[in-house]
Design a protein around this ligand. Structure first.
Ligand code: FES
Length: 253
């Protein structure tokens, strides 16, 4: 079924679904890309997997299950699935070797620039863009109640002031360094900084934004985390009165 999302967001692209550091070994998380539900999990060896979020037995969501070593177990009857989504163990039939087609659809997944990326279509081998630099780190995930194409357009207007900046003129540049990945470089006085926004099309009216930002100190990281919080509010209310620093407007008080 074709997702009900603008055609600018194709299924054969990579989309960020969360921060790598937010998914520890042995943990799982839900994600949605183009209205497809995924279970994203990291096995005990550190490898990340992204699968269709349904058990092939009776259809329970795999996000209700749990990680057991290098397998993901369904919470209902305990079927265990390993690499590639293949069923490895059926507890009710301990002597049975599950057939090869007992398999949950597995999606392409990789980690790059501090983010986990998945593709529900035929994406290339890996995410293809120059890394934003080792000085960037995962800052925040946002879910914006707006259409992906609208959020993408707003992301290309988003501006910020580098930490430590005074009131010097702000110079900024936006670049789309991969489909749905926007890099913003800002300079003011002697301060420079970069923020990267990776857009995740969730549904026709919900969009994920994964923020990478700089920050050597706690204060600096808090500065960009606060900016990201404001970004979500202004993306949902882009015509709001500009009574305070507006990430979508150079005019601010
Ligand atoms: S529904 Fe998952 S094991 Fe039965």
């Amino acid at each position: 079924m074709r997702p009900n999302v603008n055609s600018g967001f194709e299924s054969d692209q990579w989309y960020a679904v969360g921060g790598s550091a937010a998914l520890a070994a042995g943990r799982l998380m839900p994600a949605t890309v183009l209205e497809s539900e995924l279970v994203v999990w990291r096995d005990s060896g550190g490898t990340v997997h992204a699968w269709h979020n349904r058990c092939i037995h009776r259809g329970l969501r795999m996000t209700l299950g749990f990680v057991d070593g290098d397998t993901l177990a369904c919470r209902y009857h305990g079927w265990r699935y390993g690499a590639g989504g293949k069923c490895k163990v059926i507890p009710a039939h301990p002597g049975m070797i599950p057939p090869d087609d007992f398999q949950i659809p597995a999606y392409a997944v990789c980690e790059h620039a501090g983010l986990i990326w998945a593709s529900i279509g035929a994406a290339g081998d890996s995410v293809d863009f120059d890394g934003p630099g080792e000085h960037l780190r995962f800052c925040r995930d946002l879910v914006v109640r707006r259409a992906p194409e609208r959020v993408s357009a707003l992301a290309k207007r988003a501006i910020f002031r580098p930490y430590g900046d005074g009131e010097d003129d702000l110079i900024y540049e936006h670049r789309e360094i991969a489909p749905s990945v926007i890099r913003i470089d800002a300079r003011s006085g002697g301060d420079t900084a970069t923020i990267m926004l990776a857009i995740q099309p969730i549904t026709a009216d919900r969009t994920g934004v994964h923020v990478l930002a700089g920050g050597e100190t706690t204060d600096e990281r808090l500065h960009y985390a606060a900016w990201a919080r404001r970004l979500r509010w202004f993306m949902e209310n882009p015509d709001a009165a500009n009574s305070s620093w507006n990430p979508l407007s150079i005019d601010h008080s």
